[in-house]
Design a protein around this ligand. Structure first.
Ligand code: ADP
Length: 286
């Protein structure tokens, strides 16, 4: 429909409704399933040879250290240079294979989640346990960078229902990113109750994210910012995986950030209704 604007011009509003038939919908779902199957198969096929590359490279590295390094003291300059070169190249093979392995694992994980092929092990649990386990798993990252992790968990938080390992994976992803993009300051991992949800947040004092990139970071393979050239290598799949996990728990995830000041990644999960003390255990033998 048309309407006149203040300057006397004409604004044309166009309403467009896209409808797809039931058959078309079915076909799209089938294509989606085929895409996920394809991704799973390719990932599995890639993982097997890669495991060999990684395994044998580690053996070569060990042998190098055992056999050749004692010779370094006695050998000529030329031999020393060759030994160093072999050693450096093996290091590259190892780190690149590890990177490829984690990319394949992430692709496989995400495609399984998208296709609904993940078995979720839901149980009542305390968010405190999730955060403490993620903190332990990431402690070496903090040591390497000389950063500190502050945990700030509200007292008496209600339980939630979730898959413990998957939620730990989510918090590990967020903390690892926070460490990756922070050079100084601290990282705070907190949890608090808000309405009928429990909110977990990972706050850093790092490089921050520009306003128009905030939504993009949850998209697959998206890496943002102007530090793309020298930024730490990643897969661009960590946050989409976090999003899938949180949404499968009936929650939501978001980010607030300011360039140069830092980022706050938070997710909210529904709290467990009723008190666990209200659950009565009936003794059938009595
Ligand atoms: P990866 O970290 O492997 O690149 P992610 O999906 O985890 O992939 O993150 C996507 C992108 O979002 C990152 O490459 C980075 O540009 C941005 N990002 C994520 N976390 C942070 C953070 N804490 N601070 C600044 N930028 C971040």
């Amino acid at each position: 429909f048309n309407e006149e604007n203040e300057a006397g011009g004409c604004i044309v509003h166009i309403k467009y409704e896209a409808k797809i038939s039931l058959e078309e919908n079915k076909r799209l779902q089938e294509l989606d399933r085929m895409k996920s199957d394809f991704l799973s198969t390719v990932s599995h096929e890639l993982r097997t040879p890669l495991t060999s590359v990684l395994g044998f490279s580690k053996i070569i590295k060990k042998k190098l250290q055992e056999l050749i390094f004692p010779l370094v003291q006695t050998s000529e300059k030329k031999v020393n240079r060759a030994i160093k070169q072999v050693n450096d190249n093996v290091d590259i093979i190892i780190s690149e294979s590890q990177r490829l392995t984690s990319l394949i694992n992430d692709v496989l994980d995400l495609s399984k989640m998208e296709a609904g092929r993940i078995e979720w092990e839901m149980e009542p649990l305390a968010v405190e346990e999730v955060i403490n386990r993620a903190a332990t798993a990431t402690s070496s990252l903090f040591e390497q960078k000389g950063l500190t992790l502050i945990t700030n968990i509200e007292d008496g938080l209600p339980q939630i229902v979730g898959d413990l390992d998957r939620l730990i994976q989510t918090v590990i992803n967020l903390i690892s990113n926070a460490v990756k993009f922070t050079e100084q300051g601290s990282i705070t991992c907190g949890a608090k109750a808000a309405g009928d949800t429990v909110i977990v947040s990972v706050i850093d004092t790092g490089i921050g994210i520009a306003g128009n990139d905030l939504e993009k970071v949850f998209e697959k393979f998206k890496q943002v910012g102007d530090t793309l050239t020298d930024k730490p290598k990643g897969t661009g799949l960590g946050l989409p995986i976090c999003k899938q996990i949180v949404e499968q728990h009936g929650g939501r995830i978001w980010v607030e950030s300011q360039i140069g000041k830092g980022s706050n990644f938070s997710f909210a999960l529904p709290m467990l209704k009723g008190n666990k003390n209200d659950v009565k255990i009936i003794d059938m033998d009595a």
